[in-house]
Design a protein around this ligand. Structure first.
Ligand code: KG4
Ligand code: ZN
Length: 334
C-alpha cells in the first residue's frame, strides 16, 4: 500500500511517499529554519504562510522523486496533531482536498506517534512492544509502545521539553536558532565537568523529568557572570549542559526499562540527533545487554516519511478520517 504523507506541524513543509510502513520512495522537506532564525524562534504566522506557499511544490517534488503520479497512490496521510494550529491546518486542508479530489482514504496521524514510527523505516524487523524515549522540541516522554497504535506514557517532563531547554539555553549563550545542534557541536570540544549544573528531582513519579530548573541555572550563571565581569566559557558550558541532559534522560529511561522489564529500547524525535545523547544511551544499553534503536539523522527531525510509516499502521487498525477532520494543537498520544 503506497501512502502519500504530509507533515506541516511546525517549520518544515514535508511530503513523502511510503509503502507498507517501511519502504520510503521519496522524502522531500522544505525547511523554513533560515527565516525563523532571524527572529530567534519559530514565528507561527510566517510558518503558516510558508506552508501555504510550499505545499503544492513539495508534493509535486515527492511524486516526481518517487517516479509516481497520484494514480499510483492508495491513501493520503496527514499530521493533524499536535503542533502549531495554523501550520497544521495547512497540511490538513491540503490533504482533505487531495482525498476529496482523488477519492482516496484520508489517514490522520499523531505527530509523536510518527516520530516513533521513523524507526520502522530504518529497522524493518522492529515491532512493538518496546520502550520508547521521545525527545523533541515540544515533548519529552517515556512511552510503553504496546502495539503500533497503543501507547502508555509512563514518564514525562513536568515543564520544558528537552529540545526547548536546549534551544533556550543556546539562545542565552548567543547561539542562533535552533540552538540544540549548536550546543551539540560546541559540547564535543568542551569540558563537561567545568560547570556544576543541577539534575532536578521531581516529586511524585520516578519517571517524570524536569528541564526548566536546568535551563534557569544556565541563565542565572550567564547573568551572574556578566554582572561580576567573569567571562563564561561557552564551549565548556555547552558540554556541561549537554551532560546534565544526558544524565537526566538516561537515568530515567534505564530505570523505566529495568522496572518495566523492557530490553528493546527505541529513541525518537529531533533531540535524538544529539551526539552526546546517542553515545550515552548506546553505552548504557550495551552495558545492560539491551538492544537500542536510534533513528538515522535524516529521520530524527520533522519529516513526512515517518508520517507515511505510522499512517500504514493507523490504516490497518481502521483509523480513517472523514472530511470533517480538524487540526488539534494539543493532543495526548494515547
Ligand atoms: O522533533 P523536532 O524536529 O520538532 C518537534 O517536533 O519539536 O525537534 C526539534 C528539536 C529542536 O529543539 C532542536 O533544537 C532539537 O530538536 N535538536 C537538537 C539537535 N538537533 C535538533 N537538540 C540537541 N542536539 C542536536 N543535535
Ligand atoms: Zn517533531
Amino acid at each position: 500500500m503506497k501512502i502519500l504523507a504530509i507533515e506541516s506541524s511546525c517549520d518544515e513543509t514535508a511530503v513523502a511517499i511510503v509503502e507498507d510502513g517501511t519502504k520510503m520512495h521519496s522524502n522531500i522537506i522544505a525547511t523554513q529554519i533560515a527565516e525563523h532564525r532571524l527572529y530567534g524562534g519559530v514565528v507561527p504566522e510566517i510558518a503558516s504562510r510558508r506552508h501555504c506557499e510550499n505545499i503544492v511544490g513539495v508534493t509535486d517534488e515527492a511524486l516526481r522523486a518517487a517516479k509516481m503520479t497520484l494514480d499510483d497512490i492508495d491513501a493520503i496521510a496527514v499530521t493533524y496533531a499536535p503542533g502549531l494550529i495554523g501550520a497544521l491546518l495547512v497540511g490538513v486542508n491540503f490533504a482533505k482536498g487531495l482525498s476529496l479530489s482523488t477519492g482516496k482514504p484520508l489517514i490522520p496521524v499523531h505527530h509523536i506517534r510518527s516520530h516513533i514510527a521513523a524507526n520502522y523505516l530504518e529497522y524493518k524487523e522492529l515491532k512493538p512492544p518496546f520502550l520508547c524515549l521521545v525527545v523533541s522540541g515540544g515533548h519529552t516522554h517515556i512511552i510503553e509502545v504496546k502495539s503500533h497504535t497503543e501507547f502508555k506514557v509512563i514518564g514525562r517532563t513536568r515543564d520544558d521539553a528537552a529540545g526547548e531547554a536546549f534551544d533556550k539555553a543556546a539562545r542565552a549563550m548567543g547561539y542562533p536558532y535552533p540552538g540544540g545542534i549548536e550546543i551539540d557541536k560546541a559540547a564535543v570540544l568542551g569540558n563537561p565537568l567545568a560547570y556544576k549544573l543541577p539534575r532536578p528531582r521531581v516529586e511524585g513519579s520516578e519517571y517524570d523529568m524536569s528541564f526548566s530548573g536546568l535551563k534557569t541555572a544556565v541563565l542565572n550563571l550567564l547573568h551572574n557572570s556578566e554582572q561580576k565581569g567573569i567571562e563564561v566559557n561557552k564551549v565548556d558550558l555547552s558540554a556541561s549542559f549537554q551532560l546534565a541532559v544526558c544524565d537526566i534522560l538516561s537515568d530515567k529511561l534505564m530505570l523505566a526499562a529495568k522496572n518495566f522489564g523492557y530490553t528493546n529500547i527505541v529513541v525518537a524525535g529531533g533531540v535524538c540527533a544529539n551526539s552526546g545523547i546517542r553515545k550515552r544511551l548506546s553505552d548504557e544499553c550495551a552495558k545492560r545487554g539491551y538492544k537500542l534503536y536510534l533513528p538515522p539523522l535524516k529521520y530524527c527531525g520533522d519529516n513526512a516519511a515517518m508520517v507515511g510509516s505510522q499512517a500504514y499502521f493507523e490504516y490497518l487498525s481502521g483509523n480513517i478520517a472523514s472530511l470533517d477532520l480538524n487540526a488539534i494543537s494539543t493532543l495526548p498520544i494515547g
